[in-house]
Every structure is written in structure tokens, then in C-alpha cells.
Design a protein around this ligand. Structure first.
Ligand SMILES: *Cc1c(COP(=O)(O)O)cnc(C)c1O
Length: 226
């Protein structure tokens, strides 16, 4: 079985190749190693292989792991965030990917004001319209974005999506392309760049990079199946 270091090298190489196929700069794509469910000692292997940015999906789990690992690492919250966890999440994470409603964005803004922080967030978009998925519908996002951009504390840096589960990576392409097109449309309308696109997981990150991802969230292809 390949080691975590070898897996990381493979994933990084695949990202570079996918970026080249798309004619974009591989340096514009950041790999988030999704370490949810893996203990600190397993994560250490990835750190030894040079990985410094990690993704967790549960605040409770992150509160235990993050203090146990080197302080220079950066952590992203990739999963759904409940309003009652916002206060605990803010000091732990550099970027919150899953802001999936206007109410949550407003809660984050209010709590950040109380705590004196300026959180960076991505808005999650349910591009596929699957009922089981969190996120703004594209129409709802376009209607609400102006008011969200006025929140004084929250920095909205871009958009995030998850494609429906599918055996073929290619099946994700149209959802990733749709997220990029939505972003481009919003940027044209508002003049705000929303430069970050968080899309792609172990099964489809290469397609995501081809479609313009700037963050890919890869777990099992690095750490092994959960
Ligand atoms: C778990 C998770 C990932 C990583 O999934 P893998 O298939 O293990 O790469 C990416 N994004 C989100 C939101 C996740 O919850």
C-alpha cells in the first residue's frame, strides 16, 4: 500500500497535470488535505511530507486535534456549520467553506463582531439541486448576494460546491463548470471577484481543476479510505 507521502505526491502531480491541461497555473490551486476522522498521529505523516493546510468537518473533532498539532498549520472548516458552533469555530479556522444560508452568514457576522474577528468564508452552492445537499440555490444566491456582501465582518472570498456522488469523475464536470459560470456572472454584475472556487474531492479533483477550482478538498486519496 502506498504511504501517505506517496499519495500526496501523486495527488500533487495530478493537480499539476490537470492545471496544465486547462492552461492554468498549478500554483493557483491549493490542496486541502481532508483529515476528518484521522487522528493526529496519522496527520503527522502528511505534515512530514510538507502538507500544511488541512480540512476538518466537525468543530468538536477539530477542537481536539488542532491544539495537538503544530501551530503553523492552517485549518479549513469544510462541512456544514451549525449556528451554535460558530463561536468555537471562529478561532480555529482560516477559512469556512460551507456557509450555506443567509442566516448562518449573519450569525457568523454578529459573533465575529462580538469576538473582534474578521472571518473568511465561502458560500456553498447546491448546483445540482439535490435535496440532500446543503447550500444556496444559484437563483437564491444571485438574489441575496448583495446583502451578504454588505456584512461588515465576513469576507466572502468565493464559492464552494459538492457534486452528486457518482462512479465517474466526468459526471461532476457540469456541476463544477456551472459553479464557475455562476461566479463569473456574479463577478460581472457586482464587480466583486470572488476568486476562490472550492470544488473537487478524491474522486473528481482533477476534473475540478480543469474547470477552474482554486481549492480542492482531498481526503481518502491521501489518507486511505475512512
Ligand atoms: C469528506 C469531505 C471531502 C473529502 O472527501 P474524500 O472523498 O475523502 O476526498 C471533501 N469535502 C467535503 C465537504 C467533505 O465532507
Amino acid at each position: 500500500m502506498p504511504s501517505i507521502a506517496e499519495n500526496l505526491e501523486t495527488v500533487r502531480g495530478n493537480i499539476v497535470n490537470a492545471a496544465h491541461r486547462a492552461g492554468c497555473d498549478a500554483a493557483s490551486v491549493e490542496l486541502i488535505a481532508v483529515s476528518k476522522t484521522y487522528p493526529a498521529e496519522i496527520i503527522s505523516h502528511a505534515i512530514d511530507a510538507g502538507q500544511e493546510v488541512f480540512g476538518e468537518n466537525r468543530v468538536q473533532e477539530a477542537m481536539i486535534k488542532i491544539p495537538a498539532l503544530p501551530g503553523r498549520l492552517r485549518w479549513h472548516l469544510i462541512g456544514h456549520l451549525q449556528s451554535n458552533k460558530v463561536r468555537k469555530a471562529l478561532p480555529l479556522f482560516d477559512l469556512i467553506h460551507g456557509v450555506d444560508s443567509a442566516d448562518l452568514a449573519r450569525d457568523i457576522d454578529r459573533i465575529a463582531a462580538e469576538e473582534g474577528s474578521h472571518p473568511r468564508v465561502l458560500l456553498e452552492v447546491n448546483v445540482s439541486g439535490e435535496g440532500s445537499k446543503h447550500g444556496f440555490s444559484p437563483e437564491h444566491l444571485e438574489r441575496n448576494l448583495e446583502s451578504l456582501l454588505e456584512l461588515p465582518r465576513v469576507h466572502i472570498e468565493g464559492l464552494m460546491t459538492m457534486a452528486p456522488l457518482a462512479p465517474e469523475a466526468e459526471a461532476s464536470r457540469r456541476y463544477f463548470a456551472a459553479l464557475r459560470e455562476l461566479r463569473d456572472r456574479i463577478s460581472m454584475k457586482t464587480g466583486i471577484s470572488l476568486k476562490t472556487l472550492s470544488m473537487g474531492m478524491s474522486g473528481d479533483y482533477q476534473v475540478a481543476v480543469e474547470e477552474g477550482a482554486t481549492l480542492v478538498r482531498v481526503g481518502s486519496a491521501i489518507f486511505g479510505s475512512r
